[in-house]
Design a protein around this ligand. Structure first.
Ligand code: PXP
Length: 398
């Protein structure tokens, strides 16, 4: 393992994907042509980096990154060993976060820059030596940052709103109000970037009439969630939504319960994708944050995956929340690396959405219940704007 990563910080509100950081560090090693070397990376908080800064540099204050190159080490006796060590990098995640806010950068962007900066020091670059050395180091930093950002999302994640819940209220009375078509227009006017509807086989909420009307009225994009059944497939092919999302459907469930098991029905799902392809309808697979499902989705030609956030949203405590978050961050990264477009949703609300929105591998969040619930008290326009503000803020500050 070229990067030996250790975390020693106490701030519980900083949730990081260790796999993502390790992958980033290994990527930098590869780009610098030293993938046969190992590096030790330690993430700490401000008191710890202050202690190290004082011990090794006689500066009694926190700093963002410290580098300890092996070539400066007094112990040269280990240099003949086959595994070559570049040295140690220590980063304060607290300072990184403060600086990301100060410089209006995303948290991971700041962290990436600090890691690149620290790594270049290990490789002998030193901006403090001379102007010439400084410009050499800054040029190399800029080159690596450019490569890293080539295809990542640079603006905020988009917010697609599921209006099934409006139809659920209507169907409880079996009359014509409230109308999900009207709701969709309010959502769009308040800043939603898409409208999501699930046409269920049992028609428990959305009706065919709703979706036909939405096809005519939605100005952003219409995402039709559906099970892979014959009648609904025909409906989708005729309707031509902007996107379909394939979900598992079970008559007994209150809401979609898990991701689609693509692995066990690859041929069947591939056929649906092939038929949608002929009509230029992109397909998204709603799947659990599971590497095998993501790879299978890629193999059968899906354009998107929508990662199921249900387990993250239902986490019983902080440990479980962090574990589920890591799984989502890693799955999003993997899907992104496979050139899949990545969305996420299910159970997201006003408290748990920010960390997911901050992942720059995810381009859109699909949210329904929380927004419609809040709308009962605040009005739909306000409920949409509040969620959009959370997503916007998260995209800037992490
Ligand atoms: N994504 C999918 C695939 C769903 O089935 C649902 C629920 O209909 C959502 C997102 C939205 O979930 P929620 O209503 O919990 O926000």
């Amino acid at each position: 393992m070229p990067t030996d990563l250790n975390c020693r910080y106490s701030s519980t509100d900083i949730v990081l994907s260790e796999k993502r950081i390790r992958r980033l560090s290994n990527w930098i090693l590869r780009q610098c042509g030293v993938e046969d070397h190992t590096v030790s990376l330690l993430l700490v908080d401000d008191p710890e980096i202050c202690r190290l800064n004082n011990q090794y540099r006689k500066k009694n204050r926190p700093t963002n990154v410290l580098s300890f190159p092996s070539f400066e080490s007094v112990d040269q006796s280990l240099f003949h060993l086959p595994v070559k060590e570049l040295g140690d990098i220590v980063i304060s995640v607290e300072t990184a976060r403060r600086e990301s806010i100060e410089y209006n950068q995303k948290f991971y962007d700041r962290l990436s820059w600090l890691l690149i900066h620290g790594m270049l020091h290990l490789l002998g670059y030193d901006h403090e030596k001379s102007e010439k050395n400084a410009s050499k180091m800054f040029d190399k930093e800029a080159e690596l940052i450019d490569k890293l950002h080539l295809h990542r999302r640079t603006e905020m994640a988009q917010l697609a709103i599921n209006v099934d819940h409006i139809a659920t209220i209507r169907e409880a009375r079996g009359i014509s109000e409230p109308d999900p078509v009207y709701a969709a227009a309010i959502c769009e006017a308040a800043g939603a970037s898409g409208i999501v509807v699930h046409l269920r086989e049992d028609r428990r909420h959305m009706q065919d009439r709703d979706i036909v009307l939405l096809r005519q009225t939605v100005k952003t994009k219409l995402n039709l969630e559906m099970g892979a059944n014959k009648e609904i497939i025909k409906f989708a092919l005729d309707l031509q939504p902007d996107l379909i999302t394939l979900v598992p459907e079970n008559r007994q469930e209150l809401t979609t319960e898990g991701g689609l098991d693509v692995l066990s029905q690859k041929k069947k799902i591939a056929k649906v994708i092939e038929r949608m392809d002929k009509k230029d309808i992109p397909v998204s697979i709603f799947c659990d944050p599971d590497s095998k499902q993501i790879q299978a989705s890629k193999e059968i030609g899906a354009t998107f995956v929508e990662l199921h956030t249900g387990r993250y949203c239902e986490a019983a405590d902080d440990n479980e929340l962090n574990r589920e978050f890591q799984l989502l961050a890693e799955a999003a990264e993997e899907a992104y690396q496979l050139d899949l477009r990545v969305c996420a949703g299910h159970g997201l609300d006003y408290r748990n959405t920010a960390p997911i929105a901050a992942l720059d591998t995810i381009e859109e969040l699909s949210i329904g219940h929380a927004i419609i619930s809040r709308a009962v008290f605040t009005g739909l326009d306000q409920a949409v704007r509040e969620m959009a503000a959370i997503i916007n803020q998260a995209s800037l500050s992490f």
